[in-house]
Design a protein around this ligand. Structure first.
Ligand code: ATP
Length: 572
């Protein structure tokens, strides 16, 4: 990731406007002090009347208004810079999350990802909205003031020159500490968010196992951790403000002492010069002190930037898709020496060789944990193979554009995701379809009757915050999505838990209907599905042990026979 400094200077227009505003601000500060001194000098020493100084007073009002407007403009540019950078980072994070493969997206806690996306990106704000504008102001304004002070009185200029460097020196020492503490704070915030969301999602399981009290204390502990790290940062912030205040007060005091000695005791300078310098010096230190607080906020942003960088850098083997279009029609899929491994020493699919003919019904079978779902994910393109090739109609699948491939397949998982919305919206899922088409798709999926019986029919709100659906109903909503899409390949993860006979029958009929126009690849658990399949892929510990029809495998493969008899026993 580019440094935050570079990101700021890349917004050239805004960056240079900040410089112009800072120069104008410096000139106005000098002008304001000059006018105040002139008015006081004219009124009290030159004994002029109020009418005589009135034009100068008006001028002072204009200068003050202009100064306020410049500060406002300065802040506004900073906020615009921050908004721009935050939008860029949120887009990059979203893109990174969206392009992640299944296995990468399962890694880490959801709450932690939300925390990086929301809190860490928000934390960048202060660097651009506070630190950058203040850094520019603080590098220009004190310089202008210093030149003016030197032009008026050499010794006051020298005192400032000697004491001022203590402020940046102190800021540099505190800065490193702040960044480390802010990284720790974001760590504990994302741990807290992760734990909180995890507990919320698993609340039912926790209650069932009587562990909700234990998890309450886990959440409490991580919230206290977050409190402690936040307090540690505040402690540094308060100490740093105190020190900055101390240094600047000491310097102003020294200048005031020196000026008063020269004015009263030695009578070396005029009241005008002494008062003018005395007004400018606090402005000088205020500008540096403001940089001190902005620097503190900026360092917290740097801690957040490290967190975001870590998240964006996370290793992911996402597939690189091509740009080819995929024609409609029947589809042949060939797996050539396809291998896949989750992690370096994780589960592995080994050298899978298979050919899937158009409109065939393929069943993937094997014991639990043999790699059936993994193979289905690899065929679906959700997990890119680590080696080997998948040919679709004779061409490498990854030569096609990603949206072309996914536009031609449907994948029905065991637990399809139901979005918060109406049943109609959930079936259409972004596809342009008439009410009639949605109804027909639902009827083919065997869910039309159930939906019609609901008081609000297809307008019933389901998903989060709405009515729940049973596992079988969810799969039928997913089937209706498939009927509406007319895919050439349907990948189906058959429910492994017992469905009632009626639901099973409906699912079976729907799959038969889909098989008229699509190739069906099913992770099969039911005997009926296995018997109906034209081709069976029999997996054992990631190895494609055998393939063929049910009858052939039963005759030729003892392991398959064993699995088959176990299955038969189970379904008796
Ligand atoms: N995201 C993952 N990261 C690492 N290992 C995984 C991941 N998902 C699954 N595995 C492992 O891969 C192996 C195969 O899992 P898979 O889900 O493909 O088996 P399966 O045959 O479909 O099992 P079941 O019939 O029980 O659903 C298992 O040992 C599992 O622990």
């Amino acid at each position: 990731m580019k440094s935050l400094k570079k990101l700021a200077s890349e917004q050239k227009g805004r960056y240079y406007s900040l410089f112009v505003l800072a120069i104008m601000l410096g000139v106005l500060i000098v002008l304001q002090s000059y006018m105040i001194v002139t008015i006081v000098d004219d009124l009290f020493l030159a004994k002029q009347t109020f009418d005589q100084v009135f034009p100068m007073l008006l001028g002072l009002m204009v200068v003050l208004l202009a100064r306020v407007s410049l500060s406002y403009g300065n802040g506004k540019i900073g906020v615009a810079m921050a908004a721009n950078v935050k939008a860029v980072f949120r887009k990059r994070l979203l893109k990174s999350y969206a392009s992640q493969t299944l296995s990468a997206s399962y890694k880490g806690q959801l709450g932690q990802k939300v925390s990086v996306m929301m809190d860490a990106v928000d934390e960048l704000d202060s660097y651009f909205s506070k630190y950058v504008p203040q850094r520019i102001v603080s590098s220009v304004v004190p310089l202008i003031i210093l030149v003016v002070v030197f032009s008026q009185h050499l010794y006051s200029g020298l005192i400032i020159l000697v004491t001022a460097p203590f402020i940046p020196l102190f800021m540099a020492i505190v800065g490193g500490l702040t960044q480390r503490k802010s990284e720790a704070q974001l760590d504990s915030l994302s741990a807290f968010s992760g734990r909180f969301l995890d507990t919320l999602q698993g609340l039912v399981s926790l209650k069932l196992y009587g562990k909700s009290r234990h998890y309450k204390s886990v959440i409490e502990r991580s919230s206290l951790d977050f409190r402690d790290t936040t307090m540690a940062i505040l402690k540094v912030a308060f100490t740093s403000s105190l020190m900055l205040e101390f240094i600047s007060m000491l310097s102003i005091g020294l200048v005031a002492l020196e000026l008063s000695l020269r004015l009263v005791v030695f009578n070396e300078i005029s009241f005008f010069t002494a008062f003018f310098i005395l007004l400018l010096v606090p402005e000088f230190f205020t500008s540096l002190k403001d940089l001190g607080s902005a620097f503190h906020a900026g360092r917290s942003s740097m801690g957040a930037a490290v967190k975001i960088e870590d998240e964006l850098k996370k290793e992911d083997r996402s597939a690189s898709w091509g740009a080819n279009k995929m024609p409609d029609g029947p589809r042949t899929i060939e797996l050539k020496n396809v291998q896949f491994q989750y992690d370096a020493d994780g589960f592995m699919l080994k050298k899978i060789q298979a050919s899937i003919k158009p409109y065939s019904q393929v069943a993937i079978v094997g014991k639990s944990g043999s790699g059936k779902t993994t193979l289905l994910h690899v065929i679906a393109g959700l997990l890119p193979q680590t080696s080997g090739t998948i040919l679709v109609d004779g061409h490498d699948r990854f030569n096609y554009a990603e949206h072309e491939w996914f536009g031609h397949i449907s994948y029905i998982t065991q637990h399809p995701y139901i979005f918060a919305g109406t049943i109609e919206e959930n079936i259409a899922l972004g596809v342009q379809a008439t009410k009639d088409e949605i109804r027909k798709a639902a009827a083919k999926a065997g869910i039309d009757q159930m939906v019609q019986s609901l008081p609000n029919g297809y307008a019933t709100v389901i998903g989060e915050g709405g009515r729940g659906l049973s596992g079988g109903e969810k799969q039928r909503v997913a089937l209706a999505r498939a009927f509406l899409k007319h895919p050439s390949v349907v990948l189906f993860d058959e429910p492994s838990t017992g469905l009632d006979l009626f639901t099973e029958q409906r699912l079976h009929e729907s799959m038969k209907e889909l098989s008229k126009t699509s190739t069906i690849i099913t992770v099969a658990h039911r005997m009926q599905t296995i018997k109906d399949a034209d081709h069976i892929l029999f997996l054992e510990e990631g190895v494609l042990l055998a393939q063929g029809t049910h009858e052939y495998l039963k005759e030729s493969n003892p392991s398959y026979r064993e699995l088959f008899s176990a299955q038969r026993e189970e379904e008796k």
